[in-house]
Design a protein around this ligand. Structure first.
Ligand SMILES: [Zn+2]
Length: 482
C-alpha cells in the first residue's frame, strides 16, 4: 500500500503533487517542465476532449490540423502578439544538418499560422463565418513549472473564427464562452466558476477583449479555467486578410479565438480532491464503477463469476472495471480511492448468496446495498440495475457541484480597502470583490500582495476604488492565482 497523503489543509501543494504521483496521472519528462501523461491521466484528458469536442462541433466549428512549426516572421507580424509571446517561444535554428535561413518557432498558439491560411481562404462574404478548431500541444517555455498548471508543453484545443461583423464575432464568442465552457466546466467538471472580462493588462496578447472563467481552489487561490478572446481586426490587417462584402466593398473580417488546456485536470484535482486523493466527476472519470471482489481461495470462482455478471449488465452504459488483482481488500479500496473512481462496488460471498452488492460513493463514503435480483424481462426494457447507477452517478455530480459551490462561497468576501484584504489574501488566500477606478497604478499595487485582478465583475455595487478611493468604474474580483 502506498504512503498516506500529505495533509490537504496544511500542505496543499505537497498533497497536490503526491495525489498526482499516487494516482499515476503524469510523470516528469527528461526535459524540465514537460510532462508525460500516463494512461490513467490521459484517459481523463480523452474524456474531457470528447465532451468538449461535441460542444465545439455543436457550435459549428470543424476540426483541422495546422503545422507545429511556424516561420519566425509570422510571429513578428502582429506587434503586441510577438511582445506577449517572445519570452516563452522555443525556436528551431538548425534542421537537415544545416542552419535554417529562416528560423522556425514551435507554436505557442496558432493564431498566426491559421490567420495566414484564412487570408488565402477568405475572399468574399460568402466565405464567412469561417470556424475551425484544433486539438494539439503547444510549447511556452516555463521557468516555474507545476504539473498540469504550468508546463512547458501542454495539450489543449484552440478555436479560431472569422466573421463579417464585430457583432457576429462577439455573439459567437459569447455563445462559446457560455455554451461550450461554462456548461462543460459547471456540468461535466462540477466546478462553479466566476465569469467576467479580463482587465486590459491581463488580456491575451493581440486581443481587445478577453473573457475568462475563474475557478476557486481549496487553498483560496483562483485558477483561470478557459479564456475567449476578441482579436478583432488587428491580425486581419497584419495578415492582409480581406473579403468583399455584399455591396462589393473590401472589408477586414473580425477575428476571435478561444482555448482550454490540460490545466482543467489540475483544477479538478484542487477543487474536488480530499484527504484520500482524487474525487473525479463521473463524466470524465476513466471508470464510473470499479467492482472489488472480496475473495478467499475457497470462493474465488463463485464471487468472480458474480462480479462478471454484474459488469456484463452495466458495461453497455457505464465504464466498469473489475479489480481481479490479488491485493487485500484494503489495498484495493485505497488504490481506487486515490484514483477518485466515483463508485466502488463491493462484492463478497455473502453478497452473492443474498443477491446484492454494496455501492460505496467516493464523494462521501455513503453505502447503499443494491439488489441484483430484478432483471429486465425484455431487451427493450431498461435494467433496474442500470437505472439505479444512472441516478446514483447523477446524484454524485450534484453533490460534487454543491460541495464545490460551498467551498467557493467560503472564500468569497467583499472588502472596500486593499490595506484590509491585501495582507489577508497574501497569507491565507481568498477571493475578494471590490471596487476599481480602472487605473494602471492601482492594479499594479496589488502585486505587493501577490494578487491580481482575476476578472471584472458585472456587478457594480462598490462605489470607490480599493486602492486610491476615487470613484469605482467597475467591481472586480481579486485573488492570488495559479
Ligand atoms: Zn484606483
Amino acid at each position: 500500500m502506498a504512503d498516506k497523503l500529505p495533509d490537504i489543509k496544511t500542505q496543499f501543494s505537497e498533497w497536490y503533487q503526491e495525489v498526482i504521483n499516487q494516482a499515476e496521472l503524469i510523470d516528469q519528462a527528461p526535459v524540465r517542465g514537460c510532462m508525460v501523461m500516463r494512461p490513467y491521466g490521459y484517459a481523463i484528458w480523452e474524456n474531457i476532449q470528447k465532451n468538449l469536442d461535441a460542444r465545439i462541433k455543436a457550435q459549428g466549428y470543424q476540426n483541422c490540423a495546422f503545422p507545429l512549426l511556424i516561420p519566425e516572421s509570422f510571429l513578428q507580424q502582429e506587434k503586441s502578439h510577438v511582445e506577449g509571446f517572445a519570452p516563452e517561444v522555443a525556436v528551431v535554428t538548425h534542421a537537415g544538418g544545416s542552419e535554417l535561413e529562416e528560423k522556425l518557432v514551435i507554436r505557442p498558439t496558432s493564431e498566426t499560422i491559421i490567420h495566414h491560411m484564412f487570408s488565402r481562404w477568405i475572399h468574399s462574404w460568402r466565405d464567412l463565418p469561417m470556424k475551425v478548431n484544433q486539438w494539439c500541444s503547444v510549447i511556452r517555455w516555463e521557468m516555474r513549472p507545476r504539473p498540469f498548471l504550468r508546463t512547458t508543453e501542454f495539450w489543449w484545443h484552440e478555436c479560431h473564427a472569422a466573421h463579417a461583423t464585430r457583432q457576429e464575432a462577439h455573439a459567437d464568442l459569447t455563445a462559446a464562452h457560455y455554451n461550450i465552457y461554462k456548461n462543460f466546466i459547471e456540468h461535466d467538471l462540477a466546478i462553479p466558476v466566476i465569469t467576467g472580462a479580463k482587465s486590459v493588462n491581463e488580456q491575451f496578447a493581440g486581443a481587445d477583449l478577453t473573457l475568462t472563467h475563474e475557478g476557486v481552489m481549496q487553498d483560496g487561490k483562483a485558477l483561470q479555467m478557459a479564456t475567449s478572446h476578441m482579436i478583432s481586426q488587428s491580425f486581419a490587417k497584419a495578415f492582409a486578410m480581406q473579403f468583399q462584402d455584399d455591396a462589393g466593398t473590401m472589408q477586414y473580417p473580425w477575428l476571435s479565438s478561444f482555448g482550454a488546456t490540460t490545466r482543467l485536470i489540475g483544477a479538478m484535482i484542487m477543487v474536488h480532491g480530499d484527504q484520500k486523493g482524487l474525487v473525479l466527476p463521473p463524466s470524465i472519470a476513466p471508470y464510473h464503477i470499479v467492482i472489488t471482489p472480496i475473495v478467499k481461495t475457497t470462493n474465488k470462482d463463485k464471487v468472480l463469476a458474480y462480479a462478471e455478471s454484474i459488469k456484463a449488465r452495466l458495461e453497455k452504459t457505464f465504464r466498469v472495471h473489475i479489480d481481479t488483482t490479488s491485493s487485500t481488500p484494503g489495498a484495493k479500496f485505497y488504490h481506487w480511492e486515490v484514483r477518485g473512481v466515483p463508485i466502488r462496488l463491493e462484492v463478497g460471498e455473502r453478497d452473492v448468496d443474498g443477491n446484492v452488492c454494496v455501492c460505496v460513493e467516493r464523494i462521501d463514503s455513503s453505502k447503499t446495498v443494491v439488489s441484483t435480483i430484478e432483471q429486465s424481462s425484455s431487451p427493450e426494457q431498461e435494467d433496474p440495475l442500470q437505472l439505479f447507477f444512472a441516478e446514483k452517478l447523477e446524484s454524485i455530480r450534484h453533490k460534487m457541484f454543491s460541495k464545490a459551490s460551498a467551498m467557493q462561497a467560503s472564500w468569497l468576501t467583499r472588502s472596500a480597502d486593499v490595506a484590509e484584504f491585501g495582507p489577508r489574501i497574501e497569507q491565507h488566500g481568498g477571493v475578494i470583490q471590490t471596487g476599481w477606478c480602472g487605473g494602471n497604478e492601482c492594479e499594479k499595487a496589488l502585486k505587493q500582495y501577490k494578487a491580481t485582478i482575476r476578472c471584472l465583475s458585472e456587478d457594480k455595487s462598490c462605489t470607490s476604488c480599493c486602492v486610491c478611493k476615487k470613484p469605482s468604474i467597475t467591481d472586480c474580483i481579486i485573488a492570488k492565482s495559479y
